[in-house]
Structure formats: structure tokens, C-alpha cells
Design a protein around this ligand. Structure first.
Ligand code: IFM
Length: 462
């Protein structure tokens, strides 16, 4: 640490972090549309994000992913940066419209070649590829045909997954079907703040079901063709939901938030049924989940791991009943990140311990955790981000605390490798361990990145 830099890790956190086993998996994560750019190259067709980012007012500052971090052209140099962070795993996603332009038909060789090269480059540098098949870039034609609320999209997803799997299964050992289906379904089809920007609860509930069905169909087909030692999972974004007070209304609000945010996914994927209370809440709003015979068995095909993305927890206050219910998230009054998300590492521990109790026997990996802050680079581009470093430290310690309380968490992947296109916030919000100067595309490892590297080394050698 340089003399001018303040300490960011408490001794309690440091003790927890160094209690992690030397076998613990360490990674960094990204997603295709957020970093790749090159949206018209090598046969890629438009995704729902290309379309949505053209809607006036949809994205802050009118930003889009046309260039992003230009990773498509800078991939080998970016892999070298990953190596310099000394992580053992790189979690990335594949862009469906590069592999299967327009969402149907045979593989697009030029698009596939990019991921083929990426995987080889990673392996050559001793980094394990952790592949996500869907991080929100649905081919626009499939949205035009109804999108995720349409059952056929699940079958299209399984076909696309097999194109990628057949090509990379000889080198990729960890496969994640979906990233954060909650965001795809709720932000995309109910709240209208992410692509495709629709606002319809019925469409959202159908999207949840068809995303989960697509996951199950893809996983079953991939597993049949998988070499030994291949692991399959899904990544869910989850938080905690506390009632603001002990009143029935607040406790009911917290139950509803947990039902729609966590259990609608975990119960269905792991136990093979939608939670009864969620089904009833939806019915009270005139919405039915379009389950067909056999779907639940497909959705609950055994998982090898659960990917957990954690950013914050919330508390809720509730009012009203049935279709008039009005739940509100109420702040705890704690410091926030640049996203306005409260910094609550103890809720991270709570979430992981709860998951391990409710769904025992399923190994977990933290597939995302991180923070945006208002970075101020010096003249060389270096960012002394003690805020982000402190966030990382307290949250990795929270994972270690969860392990000590019995949660089977086997790895941690920081979000994100690079500053990137933060969806509706455009480039204004920076989550990277590495700064990107979007004018020059220059990359500079931030203090948080150096701290992460040193911490990994320390744990590995302890
Ligand atoms: O940038 C996103 C990522 O794409 C999905 N999980 C949350 C991150 C921060 O908002």
C-alpha cells in the first residue's frame, strides 16, 4: 500500500478473509453486451439491447453498447489483464446473436470463432473459463415473435445453447444457463426499465416460466452430451427482504418481495414447484403462470451449483390487499454506492446462510458482487478507490463468515473486470476493478484491483 493510502480492511475482516481455504476459487466477471462492442461485425444480428438503447430516454446520456469497451477487438490484451489480477477464473457471457444471428438456424462460424479464441487464450494463460449462455442479449427477431413470454423462446434457447456447447464442451468445464432471470423477466417485461421495455405483469410471469423452462431444456440436452467433469448451474440475483416493523402488513410485504425475488426461482429450480403463496399473490392480480405437464420436472433437473449475485438487501413496508397491495422498499439508513444501493455486507452473510439451510447440498459460487462509485482518476488514469476496495473487503469477509456458519460457498467472482455499459445507466456508473478511459480505451488497474490481486495471493499462500 502506498503511504498516502488509507487502510480499508478491518482486522476482523482480514482475519475472516484469510480463513478462506487455499482451494477457494477467485474470479472476475463480465457480460457480452456490456463490454464487446462490434455490434455489426462478423454477422452479429441486433439484440433487444441494440433496439432498446435506441429508444429516446431509455438509457442515460443516450448511451449504447455499439463500442462499449471494444473488447471484441482487444480481447487478448484484456485476457492478459485478467492474468495480471492473478484470478483463476473468468466468468463471461456469449452473445446469442453472434452465434445464431436472428435466433434460429445454424451456427455463425465467424461469431463462434471469437469465443473459441477467447477460451483458448484463457486456457493458455491458466485461467478457467466460466461461461454464461444468456446475459440478456436476446436476438431481436425472437422478441418480435413474442420474446420470453412466448413458450417457443425456451426451445430456441436450448437449440442455441447446444450450438455453443458442442463447440466448446471440450474446453469449458463450467456452464451457466441464465444470468439473473429476475432482471430479464421483471425489469424487461414488468417494470419496463430494461430491454425490451414492456410493462405487463402477465408477460413477466410468463417470461419467468419460459426462462426457467429454457434453462431446464438446455441443461438436460447439454448434460446428455457432456464430458465427465462438466458442471451446470444458473445464476440468480438475490437479496434479503426484511419487514420494516413487526406488523402483519410489513411482514407480508417482505414475504411477497422474497417470493417474487428469490423463492419463485429457487423453489421451482430446486424443489420442483412454484411457491404456493406466490401463485396465490399472482392469481389475486389476475395472473397465472403458464405451466404445462412435465415443465416442472424439466425445470428442476439437478444443478451442480447455484450462482449467487448479491448487491444489497432491503426492508419493506406494506399496505393494501389483493390487486391494491402497495409495498415499498424502505432504506435502513446506511451508506450507499453510486447506484443508491445500501452497503450491507451482513445481509450477504444472512442470505448465504439462509440459502444453505433452505436448499442444503447445493454448492454456491458468488458469480457477481461489486460496487459502483464516483471514481476520480489521477493524471495517469489510476483510481485510488478506497470505497470500492472497502466494499470488496467487507463483502469477501461476509462470504467467509457465511462459510464459517456452514454455507457451502466455493468461490467469489468480482463484478466487474472492467468499467462497462451499465444497462439503463449507460457508462455513467463504473463497477470495474480496472478503469476504462472510453475516449482512448486505455485500461488502468484501480487500487481495488491491486488489493484483490494481493488478497487472492495471500489466501492462496496461507
Ligand atoms: O452490471 C450488472 C450485471 O450485468 C448484472 N448484475 C448486476 C450488475 C450491476 O448492476
Amino acid at each position: 500500500m502506498e503511504a498516502t493510502e488509507t487502510a480499508v480492511t478491518t482486522s476482523a475482516d482480514s482475519e475472516l478473509i484469510t480463513s478462506l481455504p487455499s482451494s477457494f476459487r477467485w474470479g472476475v466477471a463480465t457480460a457480452s453486451y456490456q463490454i464487446e462492442g462490434a455490434v455489426t461485425e462478423d454477422g452479429r444480428s441486433p439484440s433487444i439491447w441494440d433496439t432498446f438503447s435506441r429508444v429516446p430516454g431509455a438509457i442515460d446520456n443516450g448511451d449504447n453498447g455499439d463500442v462499449a469497451c471494444d473488447h471484441y477487438h482487444r480481447m487478448p490484451a484484456d485476457v492478459e489483464l485478467i492474468r495480471q489480477l492473478d484470478v483463476d477464473t473468468y466468468r463471461f457471457s456469449v452473445a446469442w446473436p453472434r452465434i445464431q444471428p436472428h435466433g434460429r438456424g445454424p451456427v455463425n462460424e465467424a461469431g463462434m470463432a471469437f469465443y473459441d479464441r477467447l477460451v483458448d487464450e484463457l486456457l493458455a494463460k491458466g485461467i478457467d473459463p466460466w461461461l454464461t449462455l444468456y446475459h440478456w442479449d436476446l436476438p431481436q427477431e425472437l422478441e418480435d415473435a413474442g420474446g420470453w413470454p412466448e413458450r417457443d423462446t425456451a426451445f430456441r434457447f436450448a437449440d442455441y445453447s447446444m450450438l455453443v456447447f458442442d463447440r466448446l464442451k471440450d474446453r469449458v468445464r463450467h456452464w451457466t444457463t441464465l444470468n439473473e432471470p429476475w432482471c430479464s423477466a421483471m425489469h424487461g417485461y414488468v417494470h419496463g426499465i430494461m430491454a425490451p421495455g414492456r410493462r405487463d405483469l402477465g408477460a413477466g410471469a410468463a417470461a419467468v416460466h419460459h426462462l426457467l423452462l429454457g434453462h431446464g431444456l438446455a441443461m438436460q440436452r447439454m448434460r446428455e452430451a457432456a464430458p465427465e467433469g462438466t458442471d451446470f448451474g444458473i445464476t440468480l440475483n438475490m437479496g434479503t427482504a426484511d419487514p420494516e416493523t413487526d406488523s402483519d402488513a410489513d411482514r407480508d410485504a417482505a414475504r411477497r418481495a422474497d417470493g417474487m425475488g428469490v423463492r419463485i426461482y429457487t423453489d421451482t429450480l430446486i424443489n420442483g414447484h412454484y411457491p404456493e403463496d406466490v401463485v396465490e399473490d399472482l392469481a389475486a392480480q389476475g395472473v397465472r403462470i403458464p405451466v404445462q405437464d412435465g415443465d416442472l420436472a424439466t425445470i428442476s433437473s439437478p444443478l451442480d451449483f447455484l450462482g449467487v449475485n448479491y448487491y444489497f438487501g432491503q426492508q419493506y413496508s406494506g399496505a393494501g390487499e389483493g390487486p391494491d397491495v402497495e409495498d415499498k422498499a424502505v432504506p435502513f439508513g446506511r451508506p450507499v454506492t453510486a447506484m443508491g444501493w445500501e452497503i450491507l455486507p451482513e445481509k450477504f452473510t444472512e442470505l448465504l446462510v439462509r440459502l444453505s439451510k433452505d436448499y442444503p447440498g447445493l454448492p454456491m459460487y458468488i458469480t457477481e458482487n461489486g460496487s459502483a462509485f464516483e471514481d476520480v482518476p489521477d493524471e495517469s488514469g489510476y483510481v485510488n478507490d478506497s470505497d470500492r476496495t472497502g466494499y470488496l473487503s467487507s463483502h469477501i469477509a461476509a462470504v467467509a463468515a457465511a462459510r464459517q456458519a456452514g454455507a457451502d460457498v466455493r468461490g467469489y467472482f468480482a463484478w466487474s473486470l472492467l468499467d462497462n455499459f451499465e444497462w439503463a445507466y449507460g457508462y455513467a456508473k463504473r463497477f470495474g476493478l480496472i478503469r476504462v478511459d472510453y475516449e482512448t480505451q486505455e485500461r488502468t488497474i484501480k487500487r481495488s484491483g491491486l488489493w484483490y490481486r494481493d488478497t487472492i495471493r495471500q489466501v492462496r499462500n496461507s
